[in-house]
Design a protein around this ligand. Structure first.
Ligand code: IMP
Length: 200
């Protein structure tokens, strides 16, 4: 069976990629499966660069095709911040209830509330150029935190298509319009058309 490496230790991301790629006949392994806790430096300037750095690092180290992603929230009134620093914003281990409260406070009275989530998925195959797929979900920062679903900044992100905050959406509703859903669908379409076909 052909192996594909998911360059993350995040159990949720690994599960999602397994669900997508195992039905195509791939053995999905993660850094955790390989007992690899090396911290790959994310020193790119964009989501795409960071995703590519991680995927290429994994592909080079283990000589297998590798996938990695990078995502975050860009707030217009903050000049696009926290952006690629979303996970580290106000401290890596700071609870999101606090981070979200700080953002709402900083935007109090602000009419420019536009924001977007970005997700880049990179696929690195030894000896081939790296492919990157990017999805964006445009919305705004809500006036108040609402909802219990999702994670991170979902409670304060308003999705105009649904007229509610991201954390109030079901996983299926969110996937249908989300940055990650879009990037994953682009990656899968490419993967099925190209890589999967090559293995037959
Ligand atoms: P990374 O993709 O693991 O680097 O994490 C990016 C960070 O962006 C997460 O820790 C969250 O803070 C934020 N983020 C990315 N996607 C989402 C989302 O779908 N909902 C809420 N927060 C998100």
């Amino acid at each position: 069976m052909k192996k594909i490496l998911i360059v993350t230790s995040n159990a949720n991301k690994v599960r999602e990629f397994k669900e997508m790629l195992e039905p195509l006949g791939y053995e999905v392994v993660s850094l955790r499966d390989l007992h690899d806790d090396e911290d790959v430096p994310e020193n790119g300037q964009t989501f795409a660069e960071n995703a590519a750095i991680k995927a290429e690092h994994g592909a080079k180290k283990y000589h297998v095709p590798a996938v990695a992603d990078d995502s975050g929230l860009c707030i217009d009134a903050f000049g696009g911040e926290p952006g690629i620093h979303s996970a580290r914003y106000l401290g890596h281990d700071t609870p999101y209830t606090y981070k979200n409260q700080v953002i709402l406070e900083r935007l109090k009275g602000e009419t420019n509330r536009g924001a977007e989530f970005h997700c880049a998925i990179a696929f690195a195959c030894p000896g081939k150029p790296t492919e990157v797929f990017e999805g964006v979900m445009r919305g705004s920062i809500a006036e108040e935190s609402r909802g219990e679903n999702g994670f991170g900044y979902d409670p304060i992100f308003y999705i105009p298509e649904y007229g509610k905050n991201s954390a109030e959406c079901t996983p299926d509703e969110k996937n249908a319009v989300s940055h990650r859903g879009k990037a994953v669908r682009m990656f899968l379409e490419y993967f099925k058309k190209n890589h999967y076909a090559e293995e037959q």
